[in-house]
Structure formats: structure tokens, C-alpha cells
Design a protein around this ligand. Structure first.
Ligand SMILES: Cc1ncc(COP(=O)(O)O)c(C=O)c1O
Length: 394
């Protein structure tokens, strides 16, 4: 598994997959797995989806890359489609979530300078995850990710997640704030969900202060929570929203969408990417967005997500090991009272792929195409794995 020719950056599981179909993955020994993590929230349409495969193949036969020196028709089409589903005005395409957030951070800083603020500062949240580049790891609220990479960037202040009073308090003492950056649901941070109306109240406060409201929907976007974007659970528009992961169903694409004043910040030369938004990834992503909308996958995520929460709540109700079950759509966290990283191995041995984050939160991000029968199988496998784990830890 580990090769000396690779930098030692990942703690990989001892398994390699050869192919996949729908919610299933198959390893090189021929074993079948139910994929309840979707490449960390990426394969929203499952594996080997015919619409994505067709889009990639036909685009590859025409044109893969020309650079942003020229017009890119597929990029225009995807941008238009994304603006329509999001209510935003325009889009910058990157190759990853971290890069989409870099674009957002640069928009906020330039917005600040345009308004005469020399040291523009962004409020970020405790337990946030925004990526691994220097700016995004500075914005990330996890010392483990930052340690060893100091000096971090200046221009960020941190507030507790979901604490509007703390944000107001920062505002009262800092005239350099230009934006707030937050995930509507923290994924890496443990499936932490903002309370209802929080974003609406934050929207009002950002307007009062002339700050940009910037949402990181790299993980929550593209139907994951039961709406195309998670902010659509409330009747608001952010100034900036970033996304990636599910957008390309496995092809590397990220997007930074802006509206209103934020959409007018960048001009030619302010930002760029050689690969960003090339014809191949945009053709694939357009097929993804079309499929999510046409196959009503947000509605499916809503319905199956609610079903899974119900099933897990019933099945785990009398388990002393259970602390809490939470989620929206197909972004579900089951928090145990004890560290449970070993559960990943137990579940895998039962043919279930999932993930544990922050030590004791089981994270489920199944493909949005999952049906009720597959959901039942997911529940049965995970409950059996938790029972085994319980016995091992007694
Ligand atoms: C909320 C959030 N933002 C940003 C990122 C970084 O995305 P990428 O790994 O594509 O750079 C992630 C990845 O897990 C994420 O969950």
C-alpha cells in the first residue's frame, strides 16, 4: 500500500479499489462495499454514473484544455447553470475546495482595500475546516492542521461557531473586519449544524456592517444537505459561496460564486488558474448539476436523510455508547461517548465504507442517489459494526 515514492502525507487504509457502480465499490480482491463516504463527499452521483461518463468521454474527444487565455464555452455554460441554481451573479472556477476559498479570501481582502481598510480581517469559526493551503489552513480552526507551518497569515480572527454575540463583540472592538467566513454545517469539525435562523440573523448583521457574508459549501453544496446549497434552507443569499467536492463527482473542480458588490470586486489580472474551469471538468460538472436537478436528488437527500436519522435514532436509542445523532440531508454525524476510529476498520470488514471525524463522530456522506433499500443495508451494517465495537471496548 505505502510506496516510498509517495510523500508520507496520508494515513491510508489497507485497501485498493478497482471499480465502482452506483453506491458500490469493489476492491482488487473482488470484495463489494457499500460506499457511505463517497470519496469524502465527492461522488454524489455514485460511481460510474452514465451521465458523467458520457459527458467526460464526448468532451475528451473534442477538447480537454485551452487555458483561460481564450473563451471557454463549457465554462460559460456551467457558470450560467450554477448561477441559476444558486441565485448568485458570477463564478470563478478553481481546481479544489481550498482554491475556491483562496478566491473568496482574496475577494474579501480586495473588497476591504477598495473600502479604505488597510488590514482587512476576516472572522472565521472555531473547529472550521477550509483547506490546506497557507491561507485556508490559517482560516481553519484546528491547531493540528496548522502546527509546524507557522508563521500563519495575519488578517483572521476567530469566533465560536454559532455565536452571534461573539461576532457582534468582535465588531465592537475591530474596525478592520470585512467579512465572515463559515460553513453552514461543519463537516471535518464533526457535523456541527448552525441553529435555524442563524444565517438569516448573520446576513442582517453583515449588511449593517457592510461585511461580506461568505459561506464555505465545499462539503455542504451540490445537494448534500437536501437543498442545492445549504443556505437555501433559509431565505438568504450570501455575498460569496464556495463549493467543490460533489460539483465534479470526482473531477477536480471548485467554484467561488459571488453576487452583488462581491461580484464586482475582481477585474482582469486579479486572480487566475491555468487549469481552472477547463472544458473537460466543466462538461462533467454541468452533467452533475443537471442530474442533481433533473433527478431530484436534493429531494432524495432530504427524504433518505430523514429516514436514516429516524432509523439510527430507533436502533441506537438504548445504546449507552451514543451521545448524539445529527444531520441534514445526507450529511449525518453519529457521535459516540468514546473515541471510535477503530469502527472504520470494523465497518469495512462488514462491507461498509464510512469515516470517523474528530475522534468520535461517525460521518456518513453516502451518494445522493442512494435508495431506501440501500439505506436499510447501510443502517444494518453500521449497527452491526457498532455492536461489535461495543463488545470490543467492554
Ligand atoms: C468545508 C470544506 N472546505 C474546504 C475543503 C478543502 O477542499 P479541498 O480538499 O478540495 O481543497 C474541505 C475538504 O474537506 C471542506 O470540507
Amino acid at each position: 500500500m505505502t510506496s516510498s515514492a509517495l510523500m508520507n502525507t496520508y494515513g491510508r487504509q489497507p485497501i485498493t479499489f478497482s471499480h465502482g457502480k452506483g453506491v458500490r465499490l469493489y476492491d482488487d480482491a473482488g470484495n463489494e462495499y457499500l460506499d457511505a463516504i463517497s470519496g469524502i463527499g465527492v461522488n454524489s452521483l455514485g460511481h460510474n454514473h452514465p451521465a458523467v461518463t458520457a459527458a467526460i468521454t464526448s468532451q475528451a474527444e473534442q477538447l480537454i484544455h485551452t487555458s483561460n487565455l481564450y473563451g471557454v464555452e463549457r465554462q460559460e455554460q456551467l457558470a450560467e447553470r450554477l448561477c441559476k441554481v444558486s441565485g448568485m451573479d458570477n463564478v470563478f472556477f478553481s481546481n479544489s475546495g481550498a482554491e475556491a476559498n483562496e478566491a473568496a479570501i482574496k475577494i474579501a481582502r480586495m473588497f476591504g482595500h477598495n473600502n479604505g481598510i488597510e488590514k482587512p480581517t476576516i472572522i472565521v469559526m472555531e473547529n472550521a475546516f477550509h483547506g490546506r493551503t497557507m491561507a485556508t489552513l490559517t482560516a481553519t480552526g484546528n491547531r493540528k492542521i496548522q502546527a509546524g507551518f507557522e508563521p500563519l497569515l495575519s488578517g483572521f480572527v476567530r469566533a465560536p461557531y454559532s455565536d452571534l454575540d461573539a461576532i457582534k463583540n468582535i465588531a465592537a472592538n475591530n474596525n478592520d473586519i470585512v467579512a465572515v467566513l463559515a460553513e453552514p454545517i461543519q463537516g471535518e469539525g464533526g457535523i456541527n449544524i448552525l441553529p435555524d435562523n442563524f444565517l438569516s440573523e448573520l446576513r442582517v448583521f453583515c449588511d449593517e456592517k457592510n461585511w461580506l457574508l461568505m459561506l464555505d459549501e465545499v462539503q455542504t453544496g451540490n445537494g448534500r444537505t437536501g437543498r442545492y446549497f445549504a443556505y437555501q434552507h433559509e431565505n438568504i443569499l450570501p455575498d460569496v459561496v464556495t463549493t467543490a467536492k460533489g460539483l465534479g463527482n470526482g473531477l477536480p473542480i471548485g467554484a467561488c460564486l459571488a453576487q452583488g458588490k462581491a461580484a464586482k470586486v475582481f477585474g482582469p489580472g486579479n486572480h487566475g488558474s491555468t487549469y481552472g474551469g477547463n472544458p473537460l471538468v466543466c462538461a462533467a460538472a454541468k452533467a452533475v448539476v443537471d442530474t442533481v436537478v433533473e433527478d431530484k436528488l436534493c429531494e432524495n437527500a432530504d427524504a433518505i436523510g430523514a429516514y436514516l436519522l429516524d432509523q439510527f435514532s430507533n436502533a441506537l436509542a438504548d445504546k449507552p455508547l451514543l451521545r448524539n445523532i445529527r444531520g441534514k440531508g445526507l450529511m449525518i454525524g453519529i457521535e459516540l461517548t468514546t473515541p471510535c476510529a477503530e469502527l472504520v476498520n470494523i465497518a469495512r470488514s462488514k462491507g461498509l465504507l464510512m469515516n470517523v471525524t474528530v475522534g468520535q463522530v461517525i460521518r456518513l456522506l453516502p451518494p445522493l442517489i442512494i435508495n431506501q433499500q440501500e439505506a436499510d443495508e447501510l443502517v444494518a451494517k453500521l449497527i452491526a459494526a457498532i455492536s461489535d465495537f461495543e463488545q470490543q471496548t467492554q
